[in-house]
Design a protein around this ligand. Structure first.
Ligand code: UDP
Length: 239
């Protein structure tokens, strides 16, 4: 079932259901897309209808943050729980299901590091290709052909939002992978370039605060979160 968060339709699911669905997608023949909007991304989608349309056409759209869960409660259509995209990827890697993946995104040295960490840590995961996320428009045909030649079941696209979602939306019919997922900065986290948020901050719902002190350049983007919540409150009061 979908929950409407200011026009972005988010699947009301649990972490277990998300993993089961991801595994079903990986083993099916059709191409599926997975997006992981948080509050910042929902706010961006509220302002950018082309981006919102792309998100709404995703096969699975998961609530990646407490901000989205809070918004759903304000709007009186509560989502069951937060389902973090990064944790979904980790749970797939740890599930010991054999999966072939292609990693696309992040800086050249970071992706090399992520590839070597995955190879060492998860023997069931086969990396059939990878490419950094810095490219020109004219490189895209070659990127698509490299991904398709790899025959990866699962393509992880980490270009940041909304770039990755718009890329996936535009090229999904040219890509032959079973699942294409927008993974934001997850490749950086796998490569240990960006520290994972400590559990204590997650428990206290202060993940955003940890991110802010570690990456102060996010401040401008994060100022959108209170605005987003205020719009939800206004909607609840005046609908
Ligand atoms: N990135 C990229 N190509 C670009 C812009 C960004 O590959 O043209 C990568 C960047 O190196 C980082 C990720 O995209 O790995 C963005 O991470 P961020 O945490 O900002 O993602 P978000 O918060 O949007 O999920």
């Amino acid at each position: 079932m979908k929950t409407n968060i200011l026009g972005t339709m988010i699947d009301n699911i649990t972490k277990d259901y998300a993993l089961k669905t991801l595994l079903t997608f990986i083993n099916s023949e059709k191409t599926h897309t997975i997006y992981t909007p948080n509050a910042e991304i929902c706010m961006e989608a509220y302002k950018n209808k082309e981006f919102q349309k792309a998100l709404n056409e995703g096969s699975l759209v998961i609530p990646d943050g407490q901000g989205v869960v809070l918004a759903s409660k304000i709007l009186k259509t509560p989502l069951t729980e937060k389902v973090a995209g990064f944790k979904l990827i980790l749970s797939l890697f740890e599930s010991k299901n054999p999966v072939s993946i292609y990693l696309f995104g992040s800086k050249p040295e970071v992706i090399e590091k992520a590839v070597s960490i995955i190879k060492n840590k998860y023997s069931e995961i086969t990396i059939v290709g990878y490419r950094n996320g810095y490219f020109e428009e004219s490189d895209i045909p070659l990127i698509i052909s490299d991904i398709n030649k790899s025959k990866a079941q699962f393509l992880l696209v980490g270009l940041g939002a909304p770039k990755q979602e718009l890329f996936i939306h535009k090229y999904k019919t040219s890509l032959f992978c079973n699942v294409i997922m927008g993974v934001g900065g997850s490749i950086d986290v796998i490569a240990n370039e960006v520290k994972r948020v400590p559990e204590v901050f997650i428990t206290l719902s202060l993940e955003w605060f940890y991110r802010l002190i570690m990456q102060p350049k996010r401040l401008k983007r994060m100022l959108n979160i209170p605005i987003f919540l205020l719009i939800c409150i206004k909607k609840r009061l005046f609908k």
